[in-house]
Design a protein around this ligand. Structure first.
Ligand SMILES: [Zn+2]
Length: 452
């Protein structure tokens, strides 16, 4: 067996691992490179995989850095199946269509203002490519072995990272290989904890926070403090948020505060078509999360779900105190920009950052204390207060990664660490070697690993 990483090695984006065994080639995850320009440029490189020979793609979860490159594969001629869990299928539909729309809009804008080096600029993929991709998705239950061919079976196990996220287990002629995808927290907010696994011959484990220990969560108290602070100034609280998981977590915490009668009497909006769709998927798959019917009803009663543009515009223009959750999570686009356009230059308003902000994004600029933010073709002075809640992370920290590994009853032959900045992966490697005494290595891009 041979394993090659074409992304998600030395970085946290672009996850793609190709597993080859005899005549079968399986790609695990097919993510988009995101963040800095030199990374994003890799999305335009030719993927060194013969698509005629690729038999199957299996997805761990519906984040763009794990599925966002799929339409390129399809556009270039991949016509076979893409396997995933049921909730991942629903979320992937939403996320791929949105991503394709952004690609098309970016290309259109680049042509209009001719700021691209490519004339004309083309989208990486189109809505049509995304639609074709969606037709190739095929979903399966958790916790069940399914055959791929006579020699190979696969199984999905909950990984507790986002709705539908799963470890991918492959049994190839009796050898078990586990791909962790992204691993959630030991006590996730809305999901069941990741499953422990007894035995594997090879483990590929993520290392986003291979060198970090999360602080204990005190989210509701912080959230309430920033809400009250903003309300006392008569301002508006804007929460840029990812549409999947984070938006639902925030709504959940707000609903808890509302149930305890702690919130001021102001409207709360989730203004994001993708966030609204994702929330609906969330409520549909009750066996994938830990919310009760009462929790769900309370969430529905707490927040106004806004999709249509006209309503969104009227909420943007209404300057009365309120709380708005809007995408995108790193302020790289989306409706949050329309709110910031109105509100960022008034000190009575606040912006609450609740997620990871990649280098080069507007969200990162806000956190760095920049004095102005550029969007819609002009610089906006940042007068609104910027707050941050750190404890939302959906990724296991070092101790949680070790907790998951420690539940294997025997050491795997080899543990391969991927999906991390180099210092995070390296730190996890040292920790695994010293704490568990396991053989492990850090995945390198395009390197081939022979598993026997
Ligand atoms: Zn993820």
């Amino acid at each position: 067996m041979k394993l090659t990483f074409f992304g998600g090695a030395g970085t946290v984006t672009g996850s793609k691992a190709l597993l080859e065994s005899d005549f079968t080639k399986i790609l695990i995850d097919c993510g988009l490179f995101q963040g800095l320009k030199e990374l994003r440029r890799k999305n335009w490189d030719k993927l060194p995989i013969d698509l005629d020979e690729l038999n199957l793609v299996i997805l761990t979860h519906a984040h763009l850095d794990h599925i966002g490159y799929l339409p390129v594969l399809v556009k270039n001629g991949y016509t076979k199946n893409i396997y995933c869990t049921k909730a991942t299928e629903d979320l992937a539909k939403i996320i791929l269509l949105d991503s394709a729309k952004i690609q098309e809009e970016d290309a259109k804008r680049a042509n209009k203002y001719s700021y691209s080096n490519h004339k004309p600029a083309f989208p990486l993929y189109t809505i049509n490519d995304a639609k074709k991709t969606i037709n190739q998705l095929k979903s399966f239950e958790l916790n069940t072995w399914y055959p791929i061919n006579i020699d190979i079976q696969f199984k999905f196990l909950n990984s507790g990272h986002i709705l539908g996220s799963a470890f991918v287990l492959l049994n190839i002629k009796g050898k078990i290989i586990v791909f962790s995808g992204d691993i959630g927290r030991k006590k996730p907010i809305l999901l069941p904890r990741y499953k422990y696994i007894d035995k594997a011959d090879y483990v590929v484990i993520e290392s986003t926070y291979g060198n970090r220990l999360h602080k204990k969560r005190k989210i509701t108290a912080q959230l309430l403090r920033y809400i009250k602070l903003t309300y006392s100034k008569g301002g508006i609280l804007i929460i840029p948020s990812f549409s999947v998981e984070r938006a639902q977590e925030i709504i959940y915490f707000l609903s808890l505060l509302k149930r305890e009668h702690k919130l001021p009497q102001i409207p709360i909006y989730l203004d994001s078509p993708m966030g609204v769709n994702a929330t609906e998927v969330y409520f549909k798959y009750t066996n994938y999360h830990t919310l009760t019917e009462e929790d769900i009803n309370s969430m529905i009663n707490t927040v106004h779900l806004i999709s249509d543009v006209t309503t969104s515009k009227s909420i943007v223009n209404d300057l009365n105190p309120k709380i708005v959750i809007a995408g995108s999570g790193m302020i790289t686009g989306g409706r949050v920009l329309h709110y910031l356009d109105k509100l960022i230059s008034d000190k009575k308003n606040s912006i609450l950052i609740v997620g990871y902000q990649a280098e080069g994004t507007r969200g990162r600029s806000l956190l760095s204390g920049d004095s102005e933010l550029k969007f819609f073709g002009k610089y906006h002075p940042i007068k609104a207060e910027v707050f941050k809640i750190n404890e939302f992370s959906g990724h296991a920290d070092q101790s949680e990664l070790l907790d998951w590994l420690q539940h294997f009853k025997e050491a795997p032959n080899l543990t391969i660490i991927n999906h991390g900045e180099p210092h995070q992966s390296q730190a996890l490697k040292v920790k695994i070697k010293t704490a568990l005494g396991w053989k492990c290595t850090v995945a390198k891009m395009n390197n081939e690993y022979y598993l026997n």
